[in-house]
Design a protein around this ligand. Structure first.
Ligand code: ZN
Length: 244
């Protein structure tokens, strides 16, 4: 399982249970990568999601199967995914300064913290405004004078919004699917945070069940069982179940 041990992943899963999904993904990353949660929550979301894709690859491999429901016939689809192709490629620039109609706009890519703060009790329009206020750090006029965001001409403001929205598109993954039953085509969103958290949830429950059986059969301590490789745990479980 790479550098993330079963014990660490189990600890990460347990310590993030009470958090909401967006913050939970950041917390999971932080524990697995030995980083500070507050710091990870400040990463741009594209950077965060790229790290989540990497973590998933390390834990469970780069191939995955997503489940989707056809909106027309209700059929369940198993969608094979190559996660390497879906992983966002963040530019790596911590703060982008862009020129819009001669205005110099300095903004940082939206982070987990920005998204959480901006979406609190807001509709979509208000959330984008709040996000803008958090992410835009400085606007300079063509003459080089600093300008408050509210004083920016409407056409420039519009393009700043478009610039910010495009930085979120990197992480807004959309799968184009065709139903094998009725042939209908449709789109389904794919969110690596939700996907990985669900997988870790299933993994954790299965691991705890294994610990339960092995501890009962051999009297080993939890730490010792978690220290075994997945293959060894499986072999002992097979012996207990009488499978050779
Ligand atoms: Zn269908």
């Amino acid at each position: 399982m790479g550098t993330v041990t079963a014990e660490r992943l189990l600890r990460a899963w347990e310590s993030t249970l009470a958090e909401q999904t967006v913050r939970r993904a950041a917390a999971l990353l932080a524990v697995c990568r030995d980083e500070d949660t507050t710091e990870v929550a400040r990463w741009g979301v594209a950077e965060r999601d790229a790290a989540l894709f990497d973590l998933r690859g390390e834990l469970f491999g780069t191939q995955a199967t997503a489940l989707a429901e056809c909106p027309d016939c209700g059929g369940q689809l198993e969608v094979p995914l190559d996660l390497r192709a879906l992983r966002p490629r963040p530019s790596g620039a911590p703060t982008d300064a862009v020129s819009i109609d001669g205005y110099r706009v300095r903004a940082h890519p939206p982070s987990t913290e920005d998204l959480l703060a901006a979406s609190l009790g807001a509709d979509e329009e208000a959330a984008l405004e709040a996000l803008l206020a958090r992410c835009v750090e400085q606007v300079l006029t063509p003459a080089g004078e600093e300008l408050a965001l509210a004083a920016v001409p409407a056409r420039v403001g519009h393009r700043i919004r478009a610039h910010l929205s495009s930085s979120l598109e990197d992480v807004d993954l959309d799968l184009a699917l065709t139903c094998v039953r009725c042939g209908s085509t449709f789109h389904a969103p794919f969110d690596i945070a939700t996907f990985l958290l669900r997988e870790v949830e299933v993994w954790a429950h299965r691991l705890l069940a294994e610990v339960h059986v092995l501890a009962g059969a051999y009297g080993w301590a939890e730490g010792a069982i978690l220290g075994l490789s997945a293959r060894r745990r499986r072999s002992y479980l097979d012996l207990i179940e009488g499978v050779t």
